[in-house]
Ligand binder design. Structure first.
Ligand code: GCW
Length: 698
């Protein structure tokens, strides 16, 4: 039961094609591991497990290379001079990179997997196994690969009571009550899965933080987790509640300019590093959505971040300071506020501070234009924050392949230094030349047997890791890899299901928020449509604030005639977004309030086009169902059935979205639904009456 789900993309299915197996066996028959660190043991055991499961037979792990056709795994330092000579230069590698090279030595053919450090070797092993998993050739290998960013990190929004904010896959993995003495096998399996895709950090706790995690009682537990994760190359980070000096330190203030406060943090850092010498640092959400921060004391983000940076700097720690801020006291367009607040700080943060910016200026919507901050802080390391958990994208019920969304953002051109200054190049340091670089993903992992709630949500964890390693990777490649590693290499399966994955992101945009609509989800839990919601205490929490539908039209005017948010982009980008004619239609209602009769590029009126997009989204889900139903023969019965049931829910909910939104907007457009759009079977009143008191993750 559920074993397949649990194994994620590390199925290592036995290959049934005899010819293929014998081809592989003509290149590899044994394993030689020269190191004996914990990491190198993990690497050699993984290689053995993978090769035995996929190719059959026995792969002994030897410590000397005296036979033919072995895979030799070793860090650079332990390689013999002869092999080193064959490998050549290690210059292109960073500390986490690897080389996989086929060499011939004294008449024997070997495959060398090496790196400067053991962790590079481990990454190399996973990369090599992926070749075999995906039926790629392992002849004449000459691969040099290294991660393009240095912090590749999951953000767990996990609370100490094990609930997970915006978590849709059960409770938190971290069993605080049983830690530190009880080490759940899942901690090890979690580390292994992350290492297999190059993730090297984890923030264990919610950004809406609890100071208790910084008390000795909890730090002992954190230390136990850090010990499990270390050999897998994963550093532990924590969220720092800014008011912790008051709450657990007995101080009267948390003012960052107060000497006692700064000292308290210095001592706290010392205490943590004594337990966890490679502790990564802190992630901080300050003065955002009610969280305490430096502004409570008349100070600013720079004061707060730099004070914490000083505390962890002696130990090599990092502060990831979030830029997700907006204020109920600021009447400005919410989309403009983070930029307005942070851009003046460019160049003012200490070296070990990196500012963490969400991919878009509002909040993890099915589609947002890239956050203008990415083009505007050349002297500050910025890290990307993606949300892997599907808060606004149908929870873990809807199949949505997020690498497509991630790629769209990473490829966006900021024009910060002229054409080609993509977001990817900003965050990987190519442009800014900052030493610190990173990508964070808000985790979708919980204690569900299959980790992520939806079997296909595993692809989003996988894809996040792959993109964090290389932000230029194509989502098509990621989909291909993931499907092969998780299910099957059969082309009759891969082709249609890969297409289904790649279309799924546009489908959810279509049935939820086409043409740049955003934040029209129901309130609080964000489950299902709620474009009518207008009664929340803060204006920018209300969907009506975002769509601004009225008799004249729909959309948020962020152009020069409106809030002028477009001016936060580089002139080249501003020009495109600002002009109704050049603004991409996918972002139309994000930037413009557009009349219902506006003519779209295809000649349809906006109203008709909008209605047809909703319909298209529903049809895309129907199509996903058809594709999946034809995949039964390639997939185990359990996962087949699970996905089938989930797609049925997704189909129902796509129709719910379509009907509720169109009935609501129709009150303003005053127009009939165009031909081709199915008539709603329920009334607007009915949709508005739906309540979900126990929706998860809230
Ligand atoms: O997306 C919103 C969520 C909050 C979250 C916040 C944030 C952790 O609705 O649940 O809080 O963003 O990113 O801080």
């Amino acid at each position: 039961m559920a074993q397949k789900d649990y194994k994620l993309w590390l199925q290592y299915n036995q290959k049934t094609d005899v010819e293929l197996v014998s081809k592989y066996l003509s290149d590899v028959q044994g394993i030689v591991s020269l190191g004996n660190s914990e990491t190198s043991k993990i690497a050699s055991n993984e290689l053995k497990l993978g090769l035995q499961n996929m190719l059959g037979g026995k792969f002994e792990i030897k410590s000397k290379s005296d036979s033919d056709k072995t895979v030799i795994i070793s860090s650079q330092a332990l390689l013999s001079p002869e092999i080193k000579k064959e490998i050549g230069s290690f210059d292109q590698l960073n500390e986490e990179g690897f080389i996989i090279k086929s060499i011939s030595l004294k008449g024997k053919n070997q495959i060398i997997i090496t790196g400067k450090k053991d962790i590079g070797v481990l990454y190399g092993v996973y990369s090599f196994l992926r070749l075999v998993q995906t039926n790629k050739s392992i002849k004449n290998l000459n691969i040099v690969d290294a991660p393009k960013t240095n912090i590749r990190i999951l953000n767990h929004w996990d609370n100490l009571d094990r609930t997970v904010e915006r978590g849709y896959a059960g409770f938190s993995l971290w069993n605080w009550q049983k830690l530190p003495d009880f080490i759940d096998q899942r901690y090890i399996d979690y580390a292994r899965a992350n290492a297999s895709i190059g993730i090297n950090g984890t923030v264990l706790t919610n950004v809406n933080a609890n100071a208790l995690i910084l008390t000795p009682q909890y730090l002992e537990k954190v230390e136990a987790l850090a010990n499990v994760f270390r050999p897998y190359g994963i550093k532990v980070y924590l969220t720092a509640r800014f008011s912790a000096p008051i709450e657990i330190g007995g101080l009267k203030t948390a003012d960052p300019k107060d000497a006692d406060v700064a000292n308290w943090w210095k001592n706290k850092a010392k205490e943590i590093y004594k337990r966890i010498p490679d502790f990564g640092g802190f992630l901080v959400k300050a003065n955002s959505e009610g969280q305490p921060g430096p502004q409570n004391y008349g100070r600013d983000h720079v004061d707060g971040a730099n004070m914490l940076a000083d505390a962890v700097a002696p130990f090599g720690g990092v502060i990831m300071w979030r830029a997700f801020v907006y204020s109920e006291h600021d009447a400005n367009d919410r989309a403009k506020q983070a930029y307005a607040e942070f851009v003046p700080y460019d160049g003012k943060f200490k070296d070990n501070v990196i500012v963490q910016v969400k991919n878009g200026a509002i909040d993890f919507q099915p589609r947002e234009p890239f956050h203008p901050m990415f083009g505007a802080m050349p002297k500050t390391p910025l890290m990307m924050e993606f949300q892997i958990t599907q808060e606004y994208l149908g929870f873990s019920t809807h199949l949505v392949f997020l690498p497509k969304l991630f790629q769209e953002v990473l490829e966006s051109d900021t024009y910060q230094k002229g054409k080609g200054t993509t977001v990817a190049k900003v965050i990987d340091g190519t442009i800014t030349k900052t030493k610190l670089t990173g990508i964070a993903g808000v985790s979708n992992i919980g204690n569900d047997l299959n980790w992520t709630g939806h079997p296909f949500a595993q692809a989003n964890w996988y894809g996040f890791g792959r993109l964090a390693w290389n932000p230029n990777l194509d989502s098509e490649v990621i989909a291909d890899e993931w499907l092969r590693c998780t299910f099957s290499n059969d082309e009759n399966f891969i082709k249609p299901v890969k297409e289904m994955l790649l279309d799924s992101r546009e489908a959810v945009v279509n049935y939820m928020t086409p043409f740049g609509l955003h934040h029209i989800m129901d309130t609080g839990h964000h489950y299902g449509p709620g474009p009518w919601v207008s009664n929340l205490s803060r204006p920018e929490w209300n969907p009506v604030y975002y769509h601004k539908a009225d008799k004249n039209g729909i959309g948020f005017d962020r152009s020069k005639t409106g809030t002028n948010a477009t001016a936060q982009y580089a002139p080249e980008v501003e020009k495109i977004f600002d002009n109704l004619e050049t603004c991409p239609e996918k972002d139309l209602l994000w930037f413009h309030h557009v009349s219902w009769d506006y003519k779209l590029k295809n000649g349809q009126t906006l109203w008709n086009g909008l209605a047809l997009k909703y319909e298209e989204g529903v049809n895309q889900v129907k199509n996903m169902q058809n594709v999946w139903n034809k995949s039964e023969q390639f997939v185990d019965a359990e996962r087949f059935k699970e996905v089938q049931m989930l797609l049925e829910i997704q189909y129902k909910e796509a129709k719910w979205w379509r009907d509720a939104c169109l009935l609501y907007f129709q009150q303003y457009s005053g127009k009939e639904l165009p031909a081709g759009v199915e008539k709603p079977t329920q009334s607007l009143d009915y949709f508005q009456s739906l309540k979900f008191p126990f929706a998860p993750g809230n």
